[in-house]
Design a protein around this ligand. Structure first.
Ligand SMILES: [Mg+2]
Length: 287
């Protein structure tokens, strides 16, 4: 398994093995293609007369949803379309209004898009067998996360803790949800945690926390379609989406990139080997 980012977590010397994984939700463990938030945002903007492409909608995915709405309003195209529609530039009140329109819409469709990504339950079982604790973080609000967590629990996926930006005062790219996972899971140092997610914002969150940052390219935001839709695409299109998704995660600074959660074990082995060898060399220096 290839290490892509050589800037490994600074506390590595104090960690002998991984103790926890912190998993993202949409596009990583549930909602193949991270379809729910993208389509809801696209609809809400579409109804306001602003048509956004998939790529435009997906660029800032993973951030807290209000920040995402704000980023969309910062785009020249959106500002121009708003000006043309309303005869004035968008204001903070418009950001708030669009966000308030987004919330109920997202809540009402979330359970339709809460299905576990195939293979996730097996992966979780294997993580448990490795004695890993399982945390989770999201860009969704607490109320949205509650919907997902309840549905997932019924399907058999129950992380040891689940945190939203509201729980800690700030979302990605800030590292606070991971810090809080460390507290609730009682694991340290942060280099013994691997953050896993499908967006550049997930990678930044992991890096900012001083944890290992692992990108999942083949089931998330970069794929941008439900499993059924994706499987119906021509092979070339599927491949090009995958290549682009990997590239975005690599550019964000991911330590490793996998296609699905099921491919994660060889990465966890590689990290454990690195942590062990660093711990051993530290011990031999101390002698
Ligand atoms: Mg995601």
């Amino acid at each position: 398994m290839k290490l892509l980012n050589i800037q490994i977590p600074p506390e590595t010397a104090h960690a002998a093995k991984l103790k926890a994984v912190v998993l993202d939700w949409a596009g990583t463990t549930v909602d193949f293609g991270s379809v729910a938030p993208a389509r809801t945002l696209q609809q809400v903007f579409g109804e306001a007369g602003v048509e956004l492409s998939d790529a435009e909608i997906r660029r800032d995915m993973g951030l807290p949803k209000k920040d995402h709405v704000q980023r969309l309003f910062a785009m020249a195209k959106v500002r121009e379309a708003w000006q043309a529609q309303k005869g004035r530039a968008p204001s903070d009140a418009d950001v708030e209004e669009m966000y308030q329109r987004f919330i109920p819409r997202q809540l009402s469709c979330l359970s339709e898009y809460s299905e576990l990504i195939p293979g996730v339950l097996d992966c979780i079982k294997r993580f448990r067998q490795r004695d890993l604790k399982i945390g989770s973080t999201t860009g969704y609000t607490r109320a949205m996360l509650d919907v997902l967590a309840e549905k997932s629990a019924k399907a058999g996926y129950r992380p040891d803790c689940s945190l939203s930006p509201e729980d800690v005062g700030a979302g990605r790219p800030a590292p606070f949800m991971i810090y809080e996972c460390a507290v609730r899971l009682q694991v340290y140092p942060l280099a013994s945690i691997a953050k896993v997610g499908d967006t550049p914002a997930d990678i930044e969150e992991g890096l900012n926390a001083g944890a290992w940052a692992i990108g999942v390219a083949g089931t998330g935001n970069g794929i941008g379609a439900t499993l059924k839709e994706f499987e119906a695409l021509p092979q070339e299109e599927r491949q090009s989406r995958l290549v682009q998704a990997r590239k975005e995660l690599e550019q964000a600074g991911a330590h490793y990139i996998v296609d699905t959660l099921a491919d994660l074990e060889s990465v966890l082995d590689d990290i454990d080997a690195r942590l062990l060898s660093t711990a051993n060399s530290r011990r031999s220096v101390a002698k």
